[in-house]
Design a protein around this ligand. Sequence first.
Ligand SMILES: Nc1ncnc2c1ncn2[C@@H]1O[C@H](COP(=O)(O)OP(=O)(O)OP(=O)(O)O)[C@@H](O)[C@H]1O
Ligand SMILES: [Mg+2]
Length: 266
Amino acid sequence: MTESGREAPLALQARGLVKRYGSVTAINGADFDLRRGEVLAVIGDNGAGKSSLIKALAGAVVPDSGEIRMNGEAVSFRNTGDARAHGIETVYQDLAVIPGLDIASNLYLGREVRRKGFAGSVLRILDKSAMREEAARHLTELGIGIPSVTQAVETLSGGQRQGVAVSRAAAFGRGVIIMDEPTAALGVRESGQVIELIKSIRDRGIPVVLISHDMPHVFEVSDRIHIHRLGRRAAVVDPKQRTMSEVVALMTGADRPTEIEAAGGV
Ligand SMILES: Nc1ncnc2c1ncn2[C@@H]1O[C@H](COP(=O)(O)OP(=O)(O)OP(=O)(O)O)[C@@H](O)[C@H]1O
Ligand SMILES: [Mg+2]
């Protein structure tokens, strides 16, 4: 079997995840499988629990029960820092960029480069020039057209802002990159740029989880589609074997998946 075959090792896996908020069950026994080297789309109606699921995978939400494995090993993320330490980078639906800060500072949020002091001690002063150089390098690598990394994020267009959030994840993601609706607010050109970025991340061998309501994008970029419904995985389908309208019917419950699809086995 090749890496992309059915028995490829799983980069990230979850079994039976549950998360309740009072009487609301946001994650209701969800399973999840991400293979190495693939783009996995996650689709589902509003409120199906997609964001909750990926927050659990990214350490932003601690599940009440269930199991998460990375490269076959059980992991337990108490916070996003734990997940990052395992190489998982996430672009959240609400973006989590700080508008008043410049691009370089946004890129390095939570992991600022500090200047070395005497005897290698780390000073509390940020090494801004090193951060700016690095930031410019990452953005150029990813083909994002931004005039200067010292520009405040609030002065950027939606597409450029998205680019900063996506390139932050792309620059630091070593194991898995998760993007929750990264093109939702974007125009055609900017969305296309994010889709190209996702392809280039996959080409670098890093698997990507893409949550999206945009079926043409899902079909353009994904290797497999995870369909989420009522808090859990309803099916995994092959976009080469299913049409967009078939996939939408599975998503809304108008149609049923095959046994293999329901078992997540395509
Ligand atoms: N922190 C929270 N407190 C209470 N309820 C929550 C919380 N987070 C999510 N929920 C609820 O869990 C359910 C799933 O929400 P979630 O945001 O995961 O859905 P989604 O599939 O990402 O939807 P969308 O497509 O609109 O982004 C919803 O009913 C939501 O109201
Ligand atoms: Mg969501």
